[in-house]
Design a binder for this molecule. Structure first.
Ligand SMILES: [Ca+2]
Ligand SMILES: [Ca+2]
Ligand SMILES: [Ca+2]
Ligand SMILES: [Ca+2]
Length: 371
């Protein structure tokens, strides 16, 4: 039996402002009775940062001591028992299994804030209470969940609250520009949220299954949250009190596309790019509480008339439609045909290489001049 891969604990020494950064490491086949099969970090006031790491096939099991958070966070268990913040970015969590909450990762913070962005959570499992993929409890702070791919995670436990992600916060939870695909649980397939303020903007949900809600579940029984639900592609949104009517949110919802095919390139094979003609293109909101500059793969987020829905932003130049910031768009990224790879109009004869569009670049390929 292998052991926990790495354990860091600064609670016995004063943090004195020092922070903890784990970067560029691989955690594989860790197995631990307790919390954190791959990585366990426990601190009071240090900020915890995990960046560009891989967590694969780690397991967290229940311990004989039956402690709180037992069996939680098979990939990573991150615990800030004071004022520390937690950031997890650029990392991949694949095939991790937790007996408790958080098949991929579990963050618990007493006063700090959580930021989880630009990660992939794939085929993780929780047999416990909350999330198959990432789970976070921010007891005194907020949670930002941005630009993540959450696919094929499961929560199988009795409560089985969230197949994809489960977040509890006394503050605000911002869920922006994520793609949730084929996650499953007995309550919420995609995401379950309990917070005083819930902001769900510009997310793409496809093929998730849940006993109560396929995609989004918001607890309104233990707290009374303010919910904002804007510009998502989803099939189902439900409140804990039973309503699954998006319209009941009144002015706090809009721009959602219910039950449409998002036209993903090949999601079962992990390609979450938007196909040409996807209804997600330019259907996002600019009013999201947080808008990152880039999408999940580093492309500029603001392209075309509006951000796209989901983790991917399609390249506006080369899509055949003239949009803000483009002089022309001939549907390709080739120079020398009258419309350049930067979607700027080329004057015939002044281009380098090729034949300069044979002198009729303005008519070739529907290149429109915008004056
Ligand atoms: Ca766009
Ligand atoms: Ca992109
Ligand atoms: Ca264009
Ligand atoms: Ca061209």
């Amino acid at each position: 039996m292998s052991d926990q891969v790495m354990s860091l604990d600064t609670t016995m020494v004063p943090d004195l402002g020092a922070d903890i950064s784990v970067q560029g490491m691989t955690f594989e086949d860790g197995r631990f009775s307790g919390s954190g099969g791959g990585l366990s970090v426990t601190t009071e006031d240090a900020d915890i940062s995990v960046a560009d790491c891989a967590f694969t096939k780690n397991q967290a099991l229940d311990s004989p001591a039956s402690q709180i958070y037992d069996g939680g966070g098979a990939g990573a268990f991150l615990f800030a028992n004071g004022n520390g913040d937690v950031s997890v970015s650029g990392s991949a969590f694949i095939d991790n299994e937790a007996a408790g909450s958080g098949g991929a990762m579990f963050a618990v913070l007493v006063n700090g804030d959580v930021k989880i962005q630009n990660n992939v959570f794939h085929s993780n499992l929780s047999a416990g209470e909350v999330g198959g993929g990432p789970t976070a409890f921010a007891l005194g702070g907020g949670i930002d969940f941005l630009n993540n791919i959450v696919r094929e995670n499961i929560a199988t436990g009795g409560l089985g609250v969230a197949g994809g992600a489960g977040f509890f916060s006394m503050g605000a939870v911002n869920v922006v520009h994520n793609t949730f695909f084929d996650n499953a649980a007995s309550t919420a397939g995609g995401i379950a949220l309990s917070a005083s303020e819930v902001n769900v903007f510009n997310n793409l949900f496809a093929e998730n299954t849940g006993g109560t809600s396929a995609d989004v579940f918001v607890d309104d029984t233990s707290v009374t949250p303010v919910v904002h639900l804007f510009n998502n592609i989803l099939s189902e949104f439900c409140l804990g009190s039973g309503s699954c009517d998006v319209g009941a949110l009144g002015d706090n919802q809009g721009g959602n596309l219910i039950g449409v095919d998002p036209l993903l390139t090949d999601p079962a094979a992990g390609d979450f790019h938007l196909k040409a003609g996807s209804p997600a293109i330019n259907a996002g909101s600019l009013e999201a509480p947080i808008l990152l500059d880039t999408d999940f793969e580093g492309d500029a987020r603001l392209q075309g008339s509006a951000p796209d829905i989901g983790a991917d932003e399609t390249d506006a130049c080369g899509n055949g439609t003239v949009e803000t910031g483009e002089e022309c768009d001939d549907g390709n990224l080739a120079d020398g045909d009258g419309c350049s790879a930067a979607c700027e109009t080329e004057t015939p004869g002044t281009t380098t290489g090729g034949t300069g569009g044979s002198g009729d670049g303005e008519t070739g390929g529907g290149c429109g001049l915008v004056l």
